[in-house]
Design a protein around this ligand. Structure first.
Ligand code: KIV
Length: 267
């Protein structure tokens, strides 16, 4: 792992060399500092902050101001990783000028490197407008959580031919428009591989198999902070909920037993 700042150009080079891209979400300064120190390539300030940070059932309620707060906190903790901030629901769909203004606010007020938005042909004009202002865009296809009310369920997407074909065509379109990367969420592995082969844009998968150019997981899921969420694609690298419970229980016990603070812990 080099010390040089990761740029969108770095991601294209990594795809060209066949080097996989490692990406995780973060929403705050302290976690971003740890991820960057560990050598993560890309940090996504995801609108999953609505779920993970605020306890909402969907990603829809989070606002642009809230995303900017999380984005600027993350950027202050990062030296090397590329930082991508999600455009929240209702700040880009259907109005390219609004999409541009929302993206400009994110870039100016957070210092992030790239914005991410969900959708293909439906948001093509917005993607074009944002890129024309020199702002890198990451796409997001497959299971797009901002459309959960349309889907009605979080099951695997693009399992039928029609939806798979639309996803493929959307990826080709986003590639042509000049997206810097595309996230593919919860789709068959074979389709992930097919899309990755067809485009020069780096493809980052979450539940899209191992034939894509990189992987992303939600930090709180892979660290085992959140307990309930267990999709097949999730590998837990730790059980932090157990560790935190143990530490907090010990602290409570020590306070109640008048064992904390001891002589050396006071002035
Ligand atoms: O908001 C998010 O965390 C995301 C990832 C699941 C890709 O969009």
């Amino acid at each position: 792992m080099g010390k040089q700042k990761v740029t969108t150009h770095t991601l294209s080079e990594m795809k060209r060399r066949g080097e996989k891209i490692a990406m995780l979400t973060a929403y705050d300064y302290s976690m971003a500092l740890l991820l960057d120190k560990a050598g993560i390539d890309v940090i996504l300030v995801g609108d999953s902050a609505a779920n993970v940070m605020a306890g909402h059932l969907t990603t829809l309620p989070i606002s642009l101001d809230q995303m900017i707060y999380h984005g600027s906190s993350v950027v202050r903790g990062v030296k090397r990783a590329l930082v991508v901030v999600d455009l929240p629901f209702g700040t880009y769909q259907g109005d390219p000028l609004q999409a541009l203004h929302s993206s400009i606010r994110i870039m100016k007020e957070t210092g992030a490197d790239c914005v991410k938005l969900e959708g293909g042909a439906e948001v093509a004009e917005s993607v074009e407008k944002i890129i024309s202002a020199g702002i890198p865009v990451m796409g997001h296809l497959g299971l797009t959580p901002q459309s959960i009310n349309k889907f009605g369920t979080y099951v695997v997407r693009a399992t039928d031919e029609k939806e798979a074909e639309k996803l493929y065509n959307d990826a080709i379109l986003l590639d042509k428009l000049g997206c810097s990367a595309i996230v593919l969420e919860k789709i068959p592995s074979s389709l992930g591989g097919k899309v990755s082969k067809a485009v020069s844009t780096p493809i980052i998968g979450i539940g899209a198999g191992n034939m894509v150019d990189g992987q992303i997981l939600v930090l709180h899921d892979m660290l085992g902070i959140s307990e309930q969420f267990s999709p097949r694609f999730l590998r837990r690298y730790h059980q932090l909920n157990t560790e935190i419970n143990r530490a907090v229980s010990s602290y409570i016990e020590d306070v109640k037993n008048k064992d904390f603070p001891n002589e050396s812990e006071q002035y």
